[in-house]
Each structure stands twice: as structure tokens, then as C-alpha cells.
Design a protein around this ligand. Sequence first.
Ligand SMILES: Nc1ncnc2c1ncn2[C@@H]1O[C@H](COP(=O)(O)OP(=O)(O)OP(=O)(O)O)[C@@H](O)[C@H]1O
Ligand SMILES: [Mg+2]
Length: 245
Amino acid sequence: MARLGGRLVLQHVSLAIPGGAITAIVGRSGAGKTTLIRTLNGLVRPCSGTVQVAGVGTLDGPQSWRAHRRRTATVFQDHALIGRLSAIDNVLLGLADQRHPLSLLPWPRTLRQRAATALDSVGLLARAEAPVCKLSGGERQRVGLARALVRDPALLLADEPFASVDPALVGQLSRDFRAAVWQCGLTVVIVLHQLDIALSIADRIIGLVDGHVAFDGPPCAFDSAARGRVFHNLRALSPLPKDAP
Ligand SMILES: Nc1ncnc2c1ncn2[C@@H]1O[C@H](COP(=O)(O)OP(=O)(O)OP(=O)(O)O)[C@@H](O)[C@H]1O
Ligand SMILES: [Mg+2]
């Protein structure tokens, strides 16, 4: 369970995220999707229950959280970029834990090369030196994605990473996602509001309603009744009691 501002925002959420697969989280605005992502990366600590990670164990102290964070990268819904820095410098911030925090030296060539490769993978190498404040919303989103990918994470958490990317590019980026999963055994948990993209790239769909899991299964099982439950709060699959009005 997770509580924000005194309110229970996630309740009885019990999930096992399969490795090497894409799990998509869908649901209406305010359902708790971002909170679930933030619970998985430690920005929100559960008020009851635990997060357990294969190879790390239960995340119950600074050491286990640090180990988990080293293997995890997050693409934030609001990008969380620094506007005055160039695209490549923002991507390099994804590697900040790989050099001394107070270092004033230029980034080593090998890390700059990694950042350039990450920018190339999202089609933005040509804008590498442009300040992020001069990029479009979709371009910023792709810088955020490159900053996550450059960490070479085992777990990629992405909160609506395609929200303002144009549809042609969404197709390309979603194919890149799938390729990364297959090639690197990457585990992805991705919040998507484009249901068609979720159904086409995910191995599993989790539908949240008011902080509860209302659907959990493969895309082929996310039929119209399940969609009704998740997006319209219809009780199509749970019959009303006989004495209901
Ligand atoms: N810092 C906070 N303090 C109090 N309540 C919060 C806070 N952040 C989020 N909430 C509330 O928690 C609920 C879930 O928010 P969350 O951001 O997880 O939703 P979401 O499913 O990601 O929505 P969206 O699709 O709009 O991004 C919402 O009702 C929201 O108002
Ligand atoms: Mg959100």
C-alpha cells in the first residue's frame, strides 16, 4: 500500500513483474500508475508491504535500495531534464553515479560515446548539442528515454514515455523497446495511455482502477469487458448482488 498526502493511493497491490518482458500499466488519470512506478524505484516508500527484487532481496534498507537503483533507470512523465543543458549533457546525467559527484573534469570520452549512442538510438544524435529548452516536447521525451537507456539498466521504468511523440515515431520507439527487451533481457514496466501501443508491445497488461489492480493478464485477454472495468469502472465482470437497486 502507498499513501500520499494522507490518502491511500495504492491498495492491496500484489504483483510479480516477470523479467525480460514488457509489463504495461494502463488506467484512467489518477488511478495510481505514476505512484506504482515511483514505488518500484523507491521515490515512494510503501506504508505497508514490501518490494522484493530478484538478486537483491527485500528492499528494506539503504544498501538494498542502492543496489536496486544501480540496476534501474526511470523515464519520468514530466521528463525531469535540465533545460539549460544540452541534450547530450542531460543524457550524461544518467551516468552521474559513474564519476565523482564533485568532479569538474569534462566527461570521459567513453561515457560521451555511450551518451551519443543512446541519443542515436532515439533518433536525436543531430540535436546532441542543442539546449533541451529549445527542443520540442517529443524531443525532450526522447532525451529522457536516452538518459535512461544510457545506464544500460536491468529494469527500465517508463512513465508515459511516448506521450507527446508523434505517431510515426511512436511506432519506431516502441519497436526499439521490444528490440532492447529481446537483445538485453531488459525488464520493462511502462505506463502507457495509448492502449493500442500497450496491446502491441506488452507481454502483460496491468489495469489499475482507484489504486487497485482491476486487470492482470496478457493483452489477448484484455477484452471489451476488461477494458470497461479499467477505463469506465463498469462492473461488467462482477455481477451485482441480487438485492441491488
Ligand atoms: N504528492 C501527492 N500528494 C497527495 N496526493 C497525490 C500526490 N501525488 C498524487 N496524488 C494523488 O494520487 C492519485 C494517483 O496519482 P498518480 O499520479 O499515481 O496517478 P496516474 O494514474 O499516474 O494519473 P495520470 O494518468 O494523470 O498521470 C491521484 O488521485 C493524485 O491526485
Ligand atoms: Mg501519471
